[in-house]
Design a binder for this molecule. Structure first.
Ligand SMILES: [Mg+2]
Length: 389
């Protein structure tokens, strides 16, 4: 048996990347299309070094996540890097006053390290189920710029474009602030144009002001036979009671739990009858370890788990899950690319044209997360490195 790798050092790299024609709209910080705008976005990479020379890496997580790490992360030095389950449980307790931030990023990097140690892709270590992942096109939020996603017709045209490219499903993000009639008009325009030819979803990202207006949007989704709607209104996506009531009044399946973190609250919400589909996200829910726990818990209830966002971790997770329908490809727009930093070498990318003729992307097959980070790019755009050793 090979020597177990001991953790020797953890580095957190902060870097910046530039997006043209995109503006971050205050106060909700939603990226929208804005011709001529230049936006600088921050991103983070974590590297966990071991005495075997193997390095676990992950790009993801916000500054807020990493700000919770310092006290906990030092306890990792000298630990067996393969003890992910023990580290997950310790982190959960140690970071209980910090909303368990940062533990997800550590866990994902440890999975990458483990895969490299065992010379196997993460999805095989988790239990491989598939390698080809059906995608949904997930739109940018609505804008008011010429050529943008600015009207019911523009959304219908973009839906048509995604359908013709081979996407089997489309999810709409609409306005932060618009009359409810405008939201309803988009739902009907898209439903009439591409409904029945692809699955349609709606994500108001908690922007709708009242339960009553949420109902009106839900009934429009019913009329167009939407596949799911998620985070309808400004309870913030966290009230199991309110969402149970919505489920009693709207036929369209509801997808909740993007804003409720971790295994136990997910299960509580399911038991309270608050959702039809279960949301999980490796960067919020305790990493790959945490999301697999949610996936298996939901499987026991007969429910599907839909992963939020895109990236290598999401691909490996979905490749190891039966009970999941779509990979979220986004955010997509007719005029601008997704706002992901260009950090992967080789052919890994999350972009509108990344899908194959069946509307699928592939899970990376190399060891660990199966991607090579472009450290020249990250170093050139660095705005700071924190080292724990
Ligand atoms: Mg969402």
């Amino acid at each position: 048996m090979k020597n177990r790798p001991k953790i020797t050092k953890v580095e957190v790299h902060q870097f910046e990347f530039e997006m043209k024609d995109v503006e971050i709209e205050p106060p909700i910080a939603i990226p929208v299309y804005k011709p001529g705008a230049v936006t600088h976005l921050k991103a983070h990479a974590i590297r966990i070094f071991s005495d075997s020379g193997i390095i676990g890496e992950h790009v993801g997580g916000t500054a807020t996540e990493y700000s919770a790490l310092p006290t906990f992360v030092r306890s990792l030095i000298g630990r067996n890097a393969l003890e992910r389950e023990a580290i997950y449980n310790e982190a959960k307790q140690a970071l209980r006053y910090q909303a368990r931030m940062g533990m997800s990023q550590v866990d994902i990097a440890l999975w990458d390290l483990a895969g490299k140690f065992y010379e196997a892709p993460v999805y095989e270590l988790l239990g491989a189920y598939r390698t080809s992942l059906p995608c949904y096109a997930s739109t940018y939020a609505a804008d008011s710029s010429p050529g943008g996603l600015n009207s019911p017709e523009a959304y219908a045209d973009f839906g048509q474009q995604c359908l013709e490219m081979g996407y089997p499903a489309l999810k709409l993000h609409l306005w932060q602030d618009a009359p409810i009639e405008r939201h309803i008009a988009v739902i009907h325009a898209v439903g009439k144009r591409v409904g029945g030819k692809m699955n349609l979803m709606l994500d108001p990202f908690c922007a709708i002001k009242t339960f009553g207006e949420a109902l009106r949007i839900g009934w429009a989704c019913d009329e167009e036979r939407f596949f799911w709607w998620e985070d309808p209104f400004q309870d913030g996506g966290v009230s199991a009671f309110a969402h149970r009531k919505l489920r009693q009044l709207v036929r369209t399946p509801l997808l909740q739990l993007e804003h409720v973190r971790g295994l136990e609250p997910h299960v509580d919400f399911i038991v309270a009858d608050g959702t039809d589909f279960v949301r999980a996200q490796p960067n919020y829910d305790g990493g790959i370890t945490g999301v697999m726990k949610i996936a298996h818990a939901a499987e026991g209830f007969g429910l599907d788990v839909e992963l939020n966002g895109q990236g290598p971790a999401q691909r490996h997770l979905m490749a190891a899950m039966r009970n999941s329908n779509y990979y979220e490809m986004g955010l997509l727009h007719p005029r601008v690319p997704p706002f992901n930093p260009p950090v992967y070498k080789g052919d890994y990318r999350d972009s509108m044209d990344a899908i194959d003729e069946n509307g699928c992307i592939q899970v990376p097959r190399g060891p660990g997360l199966g991607v090579e980070l472009d450290w020249d790019y990250i170093t050139e755009h660095s705005t700071g490195v924190t080292v724990y050793e």
